[in-house]
Design a protein around this ligand. Structure first.
Ligand code: SF4
Length: 180
C-alpha cells in the first residue's frame, strides 16, 4: 500500500469518467497547495520556523518548501519575531512589493501584539501597518501551531473568490492602511 496521499478534490459534480467544478475552486486548490512563503524572521520565532521547515515537521508536505526571499516571487508573508518600529516601514515595503493575491501570517505573540515588549520601540502588532489574515498565538508557537496556522491560510486560499481582490470591501481594507 502506498503512503502517498493526494489532496482532496474540491466540491463538484462527478460521475463515471467526468468531474466538474467551478474555476474558483480549481484555482483555489492549486494556490493553496503551492504557496510560496516569504519568511520575515527577526528573532526567536524564526528558529521555530526553521524547525517547521526541517525534516521532522517538513512544511514541504503542504507544497510550501519553496521559500522566497524576493517579495515579488512570494504569496505568503510569514512574519515571525519582534518588529521594532524602525523595522515597520521595511516590513510594509516588503508587503507592498508582493503581487496580489497575497496573504499574511503573524507568527507568535511579538508579531501579533508586540508580545512581552510593551515598550516605546516595539510595534504592538504588525496589523498596525499591514492587514493580517491569520495569527498564531504562543511565545514561541510550536511547529505544530505553525502548521495549524499555515493550514488556516490554506483554508482561506481554497475558499477565496478569484474576484475578491477587486471587491469594494478589499479595496476599503487596503485603503484603511493607506495602500492603494
Ligand atoms: S513571540 Fe516569543 S519566541 Fe516569538 S519572537 Fe517574540 S519573544 Fe521570541
Amino acid at each position: 500500500m502506498s503512503d502517498i496521499q493526494i489532496v482532496n478534490a474540491p466540491a463538484g459534480v462527478e460521475g463515471t469518467g467526468f468531474f466538474a467544478t467551478s474555476l474558483d475552486k480549481a484555482v483555489g486548490l492549486a494556490r493553496a497547495n503551492s504557496l510560496w512563503p516569504l519568511p520575515f524572521a527577526t528573532s526567536c520565532c524564526g528558529i521555530e520556523f526553521m524547525a517547521t521547515m526541517a525534516s521532522h515537521y517538513d512544511l514541504a508536505r503542504f507544497g510550501a518548501e519553496r521559500l522566497s526571499f524576493s517579495p515579488r516571487q512570494a504569496d505568503l508573508l510569514m512574519v515571525m519575531g519582534t518588529i521594532a518600529k524602525k523595522m515597520g516601514p521595511v516590513l510594509r515595503q516588503v508587503y507592498l512589493q508582493m503581487a496580489e493575491p497575497r496573504w499574511v501570517l503573524a507568527m507568535g505573540a511579538c508579531a501579533s501584539s508586540g508580545g512581552i515588549f510593551d515598550s516605546y520601540s516595539v510595534l504592538q502588532g504588525i496589523d498596525e501597518i499591514i492587514p493580517v489574515d491569520v495569527y498564531i498565538p504562543g511565545c514561541p508557537p510550536r511547529p505544530e501551531a505553525v502548521i495549524d496556522g499555515f493550514m488556516r491560510i490554506q483554508d482561506l486560499v481554497k475558499t477565496e473568490s478569484t474576484r475578491r481582490r477587486n471587491t469594494p470591501e478589499y479595496q476599503k481594507l487596503l485603503a484603511s492602511y493607506g495602500i492603494q
